[in-house]
Design a protein around this ligand. Structure first.
Ligand code: SF4
Length: 368
């Protein structure tokens, strides 16, 4: 804990807040900072930063929660697959609770479907060996953080010649939605707190094209409270110097080039594809699909006619889409905390551990 304590040290946090307050007074207009990652949103809400930062620093939540950005049609895919005879559907994290047009995967399980939560995609190998007469489908989600794990699973299925494992790929990529958001005429983003886990894999250089294209300050930030405030101070310094570059506050884990082995695994298994994001529409080349040579392992190809039955209609009252674009806050939603709570979520942002609505609810956000 000693190692982590220094990133939660009260005196250091107060000094950083004072430095941010002093710098913020020199701004000519409020600085809108988008924290891309849902993990950052939770640290910000848990630490009360949204209330105690000076009013010139405006935090905007972004599209960095992989469960939240999944459109309803993909949730429907998972439900449809899970309800097939002799199928075991495996997935990660909070996907089991996200509501789709046919209910959640948890609802499908209550109706008798074999839906299982796993910590690692490689658990699919054990489940497949234990159930040789069943088809195991791994519903893969996540940014470049988890994409190499699906690539590792694919390599193992191939090496072990397992014929009863398929993957349904929903891996998405970080830069493309940021390009889409920043290109929008409605964009009010002046600076970016870049995600940590994705950067461990892809390196801080991932964001250089964004910086060059939009002349926007970017800082790769760690997850602890000191990390967040240090990163905000670095963004503020860039803004005051009227410069734009990628700074790496999280250098204890992130390098400029990232994990080259993991990047190679991604390239060997996947190609880029167009993908629909909740709230952002279809973004070209913003996700991953299995390479043509792995088509035999692709659940989306094998069950194409079944998956065409997905409905994909969102609850019109839910503002998840606007929240993921940084255009609204959870407290703007009339359902927040009333009809929509973590035990009965209406939208994906109230489900996930990285969702903005879940963070506001968990930490009892009130306007300063
Ligand atoms: S509070 Fe619920 S309904 Fe409203 S935006 Fe968030 S997830 Fe959607």
């Amino acid at each position: 804990m000693e190692w982590i304590d220094k990133y939660r040290d009260k005196a250091r946090l107060i000094a950083l807040l004072e430095a941010i307050s002093a710098g913020a007074k020199k701004l000519r207009a409020p600085l809108h900072i988008m924290e891309v990652c849902g993990g950052h949103t939770h640290t910000i809400m848990r630490s009360g930063f949204a209330q105690i930062l000076p009013k010139e620093i405006v935090l905007v939540h972004g599209p960095g929660c992989p469960v939240c950005i999944m459109p309803r049609a993909r949730i429907d895919h998972a439900s449809l697959l899970a309800q097939q005879d002799d199928v075991i559907l495996l997935t990660l994290g909070d996907m089991i609770r996200v509501p789709g047009s046919f209910g959640s995967l948890g609802d499908a399980r209550a109706r008798g479907a074999d839906v299982r939560f796993v910590y690692s995609p490689l658990e699919a190998l054990r489940v497949a060996k234990e159930n040789p007469h069943k088809l195991v489908i791994f519903f893969a989600i996540g940014f470049e953080t988890t994409t190499p794990m699906s690539a590792a699973l694919l390599a193992q299925i191939h090496a072990l010649k397992l014929h009863n494992v398929l993957l349904h790929i929903n891996h998405v990529s970080v830069p493309e939605p940021l390009f889409a958001l920043l290109e929008s005429p409605q964009s009010r983003i002046d600076a970016l707190l870049a995600p940590s886990h994705v950067s461990v894999i892809m390196g801080s250089r991932l964001y250089e094209p964004l910086c060059e294209r939009f002349h926007i300050p970017i800082v790769v930030a760690g997850f602890e409270p000191v990390d967040i405030l240090e990163s905000i101070l670095l963004l503020l310094a860039q803004k005051l110097e009227n410069t734009a570059r990628v700074d790496n506050q999280y250098a204890r884990c992130v390098s400029k080039s990232g994990n080259l082995k993991a990047q190679e695994m991604i390239q060997n298994a996947f190609v880029k594809r167009d993908f629909e994001w909740r709230g952002l529409g279809i973004i070209p080349r913003s996700a991953y699909a299995l390479r043509e040579e792995y088509r035999a392992f692709d659940a989306e190809a094998r069950f194409a006619s079944l998956l065409a039955q997905s409905v994909g209609k969102d609850n019109k009252a839910c503002l998840c889409g606007a929240i993921l674009r940084g255009a609204k806050k959870p407290t703007d939603c009339p359902l927040f905390g009333k009809h929509c709570v973590p035990t009965n979520p209406v939208g994906s942002c109230m489900v996930s551990d990285e969702g903005a609505c879940a963070a506001y609810y968990k930490y009892g956000f009130v306007e300063a």
